[in-house]
Design a protein around this ligand. Structure first.
Ligand SMILES: Nc1ncnc2c1ncn2[C@@H]1O[C@H](COP(=O)(O)OP(=O)(O)OP(=O)(O)O)[C@@H](O)[C@H]1O
Ligand SMILES: [Mg+2]
Length: 336
């Protein structure tokens, strides 16, 4: 399958007088094949938006190579811009315009036939409300309008930064169906998200980024299979013993993710060794269960920062299913 998007060794350093330098992207790689729905996952601040903005020519990289639809970018952006639709963080619309006026304006500017406006309104489920002013729209409706604007030119590649942000469960399900339908019609879709359950349901493949580097990639089932062996959940007789148990197991080379009432372990060869290690420290296991991992646990394991000795690391709730991203800088919409 040909690659629609290829990134090799991408670097971006933000410099500010006050905060010094920060390596937002530190040799980042990514590849997306044609016709896929590809999930781009990473914790807050890991470099997702920086990657997408750099790809779209909105930020100048400090190094690396990027290819979009077979063309090196940013140099060849004018040649590919017409085939790429993108929404990077919240795009701004004129609040006094209706959705239909907004899309008609963008269609006119992008030499898109006016009939396409109705098609995209229908696709995103906004047709019935298209005559209302954008300022009266809910967050989820604005999100749909943003997706509609990115679809106007019927792009080969659709890039969406946090498309499910602000959508209710029904809206998320509709967005999932829309993404799948678009992929079936031959469009390649790249979406960043924190809603890992959704990503697992809708994506064919994923890239996981942490601290500006790729830490996992490939078809979702392969990424899950690579991390499923030796995954174990344990509970102890005393919840207050979990921090000490975390230290004991970490020192034995087992990867541990802390939760309020249990620990998730990865890379356990023999479950009996876990009970023995803990019993030697007078810590008693009340439950030990091998588990089939989901994308959320792989994500948490791969993107967790190294535990500080003596500290019990808790799962960051903002990264869990249904967590929301922090609002970012004003977005650069590539509507039409
Ligand atoms: N304009 C900027 N100036 C300085 N630092 C920046 C700027 N934009 C982003 N950064 C920093 O670069 C890093 C990556 O940020 P980025 O917005 O790409 O993360 P993200 O993965 O999109 O996060 P989120 O999930 O919160 O949207 C962060 O440490 C962030 O603080
Ligand atoms: Mg972001």
């Amino acid at each position: 399958m040909p690659a629609v998007l290829e990134i090799e060794g991408l670097r971006k350093t933000y410099k500010s007088r006050r905060r010094g330098t920060r390596n937002a992207l530190d040799g980042f790689d990514m590849r997306v094949d044609a016709g896929q729905v590809h999930g781009f996952l990473g914790p807050n601040g890991s470099g997702k938006t920086t990657t997408l903005r750099t790809l779209l020519g909105l930020i100048r990289p400090d190094g690396g190579r990027m290819v979009l639809l077979g063309h090196e970018v940013p140099d060849a952006l004018p040649a590919v811009a017409g085939q790429v639709g993108a929404i990077v963080e919240s795009p701004q619309f004129f609040p006094h315009f209706t959705a239909r006026d907004t899309l008609s304006l963008l269609a006119g500017a992008g030499e898109v036939p006016a009939t396409r406006v109705d098609e995209v309104l229908e696709l995103v489920g906004l047709r019935d409300r298209s005559g209302e002013r954008v300022k009266t729209y809910s967050l989820g409706m604005k999100q749909r309008l943003a997706v509609a604007s990115a679809l106007l030119k019927n792009p080969k590649l659709l890039i969406l930064d946090e498309p499910a942000n602000g959508l209710d469960p029904g809206g998320i399900r509709e967005m999932r169906t829309l993404m799948r339908n678009l992929a079936e019609s031959g469009m390649t879709v790249v979406l960043s998200s924190h809603i890992l359950g959704e990503i697992q349901l809708i994506c064919d493949s994923v890239t996981i980024i942490s601290l500006g580097r790729r830490v996992a990639f490939g078809p979702v089932d392969e990424v899950l299979a690579q991390h499923s062996s030796g995954a174990v959940r344990i509970r102890l007789e005393a919840v207050s013993d979990l921090p000490v148990a975390t230290d004991v197991l970490t020192q034995a080379g087992i990867r541990v993710t802390g939760h309020p009432d249990h620990l998730m372990l990865a890379g356990v060869d023999k479950p009996a060794s876990v009970t023995r290690l803990l019993a030697e420290k007078n810590l008693y296991v009340s439950e030990l269960a091998p588990i089939a991992v989901d994308l959320e646990s792989v994500f948490l394991e791969l993107t967790a920062t190294a535990p500080v000795p003596g500290q019990h690391r808790q799962v960051d709730e903002s990264m869990k299913v249904g967590g929301t991203a922090q609002p970012g800088p004003a977005g650069g919409g590539w509507g039409a």
